[in-house]
Design a protein around this ligand. Structure first.
Ligand code: NI
Length: 191
């Protein structure tokens, strides 16, 4: 088990396009060790998703774990910890909706970002087996945020109204009308 350091905005790795994992790397012991490090790191920092570039590994790999439950955006579906190797997104409905996002690599800030809310994710699991996942609402935002990290993008790149970009403390004081609840069920948890 190893908790790795999460790199922050300004580190060049966060702006690189990550490379795909090869067939020989998938299912390797080294890949499984990297995935375990990512899980340990996500659990230590607290959040709902982590992409490999955030621990300075520039490969197309991400994990997501959503506890689920009621949020101010509605009911967020539970998604037990899932690993995505070489993921791709297909947009089913391009109609955008906005959500507040946060990122472990941009700590202390929140920003309002509009993204499509109905997507299909195609990826392989750590053993190289392909799978698909259809996602709607805030869950669709979570995955677009996460996989953006594999293309060297951060959520801040998508903020169109910079009056909706704030420090967490001011966000909590001025921009929402209810206190943060259980962070494990909270869509504001960074990713
Ligand atoms: Ni992030």
């Amino acid at each position: 088990m190893a908790v790795r350091k999460i790199i922050r905005m300004g580190h060049p790795t966060l702006r690189q396009v990550a490379r795909s994992l090869s067939d020989s790397e998938i299912a390797s012991a080294e890949l499984h060790r990297l995935i375990q490090d990512m899980i340990d790191t996500l659990h230590d920092y607290g959040g709902i998703g982590l992409a490999a570039p955030q621990i300075n590994e520039s490969v197309r790999l991400a994990i997501v774990e959503i506890a689920g439950g009621p949020t101010r955006y509605g009911e967020l579906p539970e998604l037990p910890l899932k690993v995505f190797v070489n993921p791709q997104i297909d947009i089913v409905d391009p109609t955008p909706e906005g959500n507040w996002e946060a990122c472990l690599s941009v700590p202390g800030l929140r920003g309002f970002v509009e993204r499509p809310q109905h997507i299909v994710v195609r990826a392989t699991n750590p053993d190289g087996e392909p799978f698909e996942l259809e996602l709607k609402g805030f869950a669709a935002t979570v995955f677009q945020h996460e996989f953006d990290h594999l293309d060297g993008k951060l959520y801040i790149d998508h903020i169109t109204d910079t009056t909706k970009f704030a420090f967490e403390e001011e966000f909590g004081r001025y921009m929402i009308d209810q206190p943060d609840g259980d962070r494990t069920a909270n869509p504001d948890a960074p990713s």
